[in-house]
Design a protein around this ligand. Structure first.
Ligand code: LLP
Length: 432
């Protein structure tokens, strides 16, 4: 009935998640409230791990891209499920450390890692630096040398694959701020440069073609292009790159229009391509990393809001105002992202009203969804926005000095707080 497996409707006609009544959750913890279903997160992690076992002799590891949602509990779950982490800032490294994460399984990304972040990452024993450009390569080599360390590196490569997704989240094409281009020879020169340095060891290449992608073909093409490059490095420089990181980007369901493929289909197809290319170049089959973010937490999450007002503008539209908005979910304002919105207390009723869901910020563009169908809304109703587990809390802000909502984890009918609601005191704690 719903796009998300963890959702259901109980005998009262209320929406449930992980066996918990959403109206009870809203009452107990207040709104706006992020809710995550632990079983869905764990099952998704396991399906990725199993896909390596099933199709690639277990010769790989998923890294959870924690930019989708970085918090201590998610790091603990990743650790528990034997997957690594892809981090993009000192803050995400700190979060991993705080959760006692095995830091050798952490890959550090980013197109402008600062010197302080690099030092902190080396001190924290981060397993791999995914180097974005030559300035960073030099800086990293110098800092590692000054600290008497040698670090493992990967290069982020733009494979020139154009994934069909929103412009802001496409990254594989040549016009991208991320990584080294293949077709200009820039990537090959960078490899030669790295081989001259004393404090870095290049043993991996990385690519990421974009996000919210449903087609498997561009991933397969990217894997083949990367293997061709690894073959060229072997043939021309005599060096074997033993690890290949193929990034994340697997699409999820926001509305019934989205049709994600089972995630294991990805490894099934990619492994065939990688093995064939390894044979072609006489290379050992590389260890593979993938970096799913959205697909691990996205569908596991919903956001609950309380309706505070309704404004019917004849012949124009009806606005329904909620107690959150772009501060907890900026994705409609930024990308016009589609979402499914439900009236949580009338989950068994027909969606017969067309409304625009407006946030509470002083900003006309503060909308969660426009012209969406929903069961008739009244002031005081609880609304649920589905598939908000990824890139919602992690992109939240305090615009208008609105505190960030709490986050609750549900599992088998029980709930617990994993991120506390910000207080007004939190909002001024850095003000002098
Ligand atoms: N690896 C790298 C190098 C990435 O840049 C990303 C996402 C991922 C992995 C994870 O991709 P995922 O599996 O989550 O699609 N804020 C945007 C998404 C930005 C994605 C940035 N990079 C959104 O809300 O749609």
């Amino acid at each position: 009935m719903f796009v998300n497996d963890c959702l259901n409707v109980n005998e009262k006609g209320h929406l449930t998640i992980g066996g918990c009544d959403t109206l009870d959750l809203a009452k107990e913890y207040g709104t706006p409230l992020y809710v995550l279903d632990e079983n869905v997160i764990r099952e998704t992690c396991r399906s990725y791990v199993n896909s390596f076992k099933k199709f690639y002799d277990g010769n790989g590891m998923p890294l959870y891209a924690s930019k989708a949602l970085s918090c201590k509990e998610l790091c603990r779950i990743a650790k528990d499920e034997n997957i690594g982490l892809d981090v993009v800032s000192g803050g995400e490294i700190y979060t991993a450390l705080q959760s006692v994460f095995p830091m050798e399984k952490v890959h550090f990304h980013g197109n402008n890692k600062t010197a302080d972040e690099i030092k902190f990452a080396i001190e924290s024993k981060v397993g791999k630096f995914v180097v974005d450009n030559l300035y960073e390569l030099e800086l990293l080599d110098k800092i590692a040398g000054d600290m008497g360390k040698k670090v493992n590196i990967s290069f982020r490569i733009k494979p020139g694959v154009d994934a069909h997704t929103h412009n802001f989240i496409r990254t594989g094409q040549i016009d991208s701020k991320f990584g080294f281009a293949l077709e200009t020879g820039e990537a090959f020169e960078a490899v030669k440069e790295a081989l001259k340095l004393n404090n870095v060891t290049l043993n991996e290449l990385h690519c990421h073609i974009g996000s919210q992608i449903f087609d498997i073909d561009p991933f397969v093409t990217a894997a083949e292009i990367m293997m061709d490059f690894i073959g060229k490095i072997k043939n021309e420089l005599g060096i074997t790159i033993s690890e290949l990181n193929l990034g994340g980007g697997f699409g999820i369901m926001y509305t019934s229009k989205d049709e994600p493929v089972p995630y294991e289909n990805y490894m099934e197809k990619v492994s065939v391509a990688v093995k064939a290319k390894s044979a072609e170049y006489g290379l050992p089959v590389p260890f593979i990393y993938i970096e799913p973010g959205r697909s691990i937490v996205g569908e596991a999450g919903i956001t609950l809001y309380t309706v505070g007002g309704k404004k019917e503008i004849p012949n124009v539209r009806t606005y329904v105002s909620i107690d959150g908005g772009m501060t907890d979910n900026i994705r409609y304002a930024l990308y016009q992202s589609d979402y499914t919105v439900l009236n949580a207390g009338k989950a068994d009723k027909e969606a017969n009203e067309t409304v625009t869901i407006a946030g509470k910020c002083c900003e006309s563009g503060d909308l969660i969804q426009e012209h969406t169908k929903i069961a008739e809304v009244e002031v005081g109703d609880t609304l649920a926005v589905l598939s908000t587990g990824a890139y919602n809390y992690s992109m939240a802000s305090n615009y208008n000095r609105i505190p960030r909502p709490a986050m609750v984890m549900v599992k088998d009918g029980k709930s617990r707080i994993i991120i506390k609601r910000e207080s007004y005191e939190d909002l001024v704690k850095n003000d002098i």
